[in-house]
Design a protein around this ligand. Structure first.
Ligand code: HEC
Ligand code: HEC
Length: 234
């Protein structure tokens, strides 16, 4: 639910007239919803429209494939695997990469993805997120196998002595995540997981207060260990 809310508030109100109209329509519906006090209608009515997987597939193949492969199974370690990731998480990231009107920097600062996310409309984002979510992930595998034991311990139990919670508590015991709340982490390229956790740790990725606090409690060695463990999880 949290994502849908974030996504909604991250949604730009400018762009083409048709979208401006649907935003206006959405706002009007929300107001009516508030007036008759049914909180459920405050959810985004636009996203109730089913996603078009064929359109998502076309965008993935023409715009994103060079880095993420046509089905989202990136083979380059710096580019995350998107196949099998939850749609709500992917949508949130794509909105976070964009620069919102009036903001100094995007909520998730990445020069490459700023460019690619910016060309996507709300509809493109919904379609492409649903397309990737429906693809089967080709899992990466661990490379530094000696780190896995420590990584598994951190993932399952955290490090109580330094107040680090178990990752499994949110991302689920098998790291499949929980749709609409916590992303899937299993089988991700360890290099990407490690880099993004270090970005949270150093405050270079700022789009999750929870993850900034958690990564802030970890050493680089602990981050490397949990990243290798996650790559090995199926
Ligand atoms: C030139 C290479 C490149 C292209 C093309 C590209 N990406 Fe990315 N993408 C990246 C990199 C690198 C990252 C990691 C960014 C970071 O470290 O924060 C990323 C991250 C992402 C993420 C975040 C995933 C996560 O697990 O948090 C999403 C979603 C995404 N890209 C979707 C897309 C879509 C959709 C397109 C096409 C419209 C696209 N990308 C095109 C390189 C690319
Ligand atoms: C309290 C809940 C919670 C706990 C505990 C937690 N996470 Fe997260 N994690 C999140 C949320 C929420 C996100 C999504 C952040 C966003 O919206 O960008 C996330 C995102 C991530 C990402 C980014 C995934 C991607 O594709 O970029 C990684 C990696 C990650 N968590 C690893 C961990 C690890 C490792 C631990 C344990 C040390 C952990 N998390 C513990 C809630 C949690």
């Amino acid at each position: 639910m949290r994502y849908q809310f974030d996504t909604l508030s991250a949604r730009p109100m400018r762009d083409q007239p048709i979208r401006r109209f649907s935003s206006f329509f959405a706002a009007a519906l929300t107001t009516i919803g508030l007036l008759i006090s049914t909180p459920t209608i405050a959810a985004d009515p636009v996203s109730k429209k089913p996603a078009d997987l064929a359109k998502g597939k076309t965008t993935a193949a023409t715009v994103c494939a060079a880095c993420h492969m046509p089905d989202g199974n990136s083979v380059i370690a710096q580019n995350p695997i998107l196949a099998g990731q939850h749609a709500a998480y992917l949508e949130k990231q794509l909105y976070n990469f964009k620069l919102k009107a009036g903001a100094k920097e995007p909520e998730r600062n990445n020069a490459i993805m700023l460019g690619f996310a910016s060309i996507l409309s709300d509809e493109d984002i919904r379609n492409i997120a649903a397309f990737y979510a429906a693809q089967k992930a080709n899992n990466a595998s661990a490379k530094r196998k000696d780190l896995i034991v420590l990584g598994a311990k951190i993932y399952r139990s955290g490090l109580p002595e330094k107040g680090l919670p178990a990752c499994a508590g949110c991302h689920s015991p098998n790291a499949a995540g929980i749709p609409a709340q916590f992303p899937r982490l299993a089988g991700q390229h360890p290099e990407y997981t490690e880099a993004t956790l270090n970005n949270f740790r150093l405050g270079q990725r700022k789009n999750s207060a929870q993850m900034m606090t958690i990564a802030g409690k970890m050493t680089e060695a602990e981050i490397a260990a949990v990243s290798e463990y996650l790559a090995s999880v199926r």
